[in-house]
Write a protein that binds this ligand. Structure first.
Ligand code: HPA
Length: 234
């Protein structure tokens, strides 16, 4: 057990999928895993372990934002020896070619700062995805005829953003979408030599104001879980 995860060591698999929302973790575990059992309820940040095609998998909520993601990823990596961590979540589209419901695989994650920034001091560290996971996820997405984009995203600390100029610069530099967790996940995976990837559905669009209807969110979340599971065990 750790401060934030009430599981015993053997109860967490080497492969962990991390949605932001703990209830999405519950839904995904019940929908995709065999013999899923709840392994964490601390602070309501639900986690479940079961198997997928015979492979042990944990699906653990990360919460919203990099400080929350950092707590769970640190404990999963350092205390539970997790090897593969895949964020499955939503993002805001930042390019005209990126449409609502499209899937983005985050090759890199730019930030203003992450919880790890203070240790880098003057270094502008470039958090990036594990290439093996990224390419396997791209293959799995193509098999599902999902509209896919692979490239850089922006991990922000603010959902209610007051810096349109910063978003403009991101868009100008080809950033595909904005979310709030991937950069810290990638940084921790780099530090500890683990594999990480963020698979993101475009749930809303910063330029058009379009948003994914609630009924479609479940289907797109299911696509992401399948892409993530196929990538993890490719
Ligand atoms: N900003 C930050 N995170 C997000 C957004 C957004 O517009 N949409 C989905 N996650």
């Amino acid at each position: 057990m750790t401060i934030h995860i009430g599981a015993e060591k053997g109860q967490i698999a080497e492969t962990v999928l991390m949605p932001g929302d703990p209830y999405r973790a519950k839904w995904a575990a019940e929908t995709f895993l065999t013999d899923a059992t709840c392994i964490n309820e601390t602070r309501g940040m639900l986690g479940f372990t079961g198997t997928w095609n015979g492979n042990p998998v944990t699906i653990q909520g990360s919460g919203m934002g990099m400080p929350s993601m950092s707590i769970y990823a640190n404990e999963l990596i350092r205390d539970f020896d997790v090897q593969t961590l895949i964020r499955v979540g939503s993002c805001g589209g930042m390019q005209p070619k990126v449409k609502v419901r499209d899937v983005i695989l985050a090759m890199t994650a730019s930030t203003v700062a992450t919880p790890s920034s203070t240790m880098f001091r003057e270094l502008n560290f470039a958090p990036c995805a594990d290439y093996g996971l990224l390419s396997a996820a791209a293959g799995a997405a193509q098999d599902r005829s999902v509209d896919l984009h692979v490239g850089g995203i922006y991990s922000s600390d603010t959902f209610y953003d007051e810096r349109p100029d910063l978003n403009e610069q991101m868009t100008r530099h080809g950033i595909l979408g904005v979310e709030m967790e991937a950069a810290e996940l990638y940084t921790l995976a780099a530090r500890y030599g683990r594999r990480a990837l963020a698979v993101l559905t475009v749930s809303d669009h910063l330029q058009t104001g379009e948003a994914l209807p609630a009924a479609e969110r479940e289907r797109s979340f299911a696509d992401m879980i399948e892409i993530a599971l196929n990538a993890a065990f490719a």
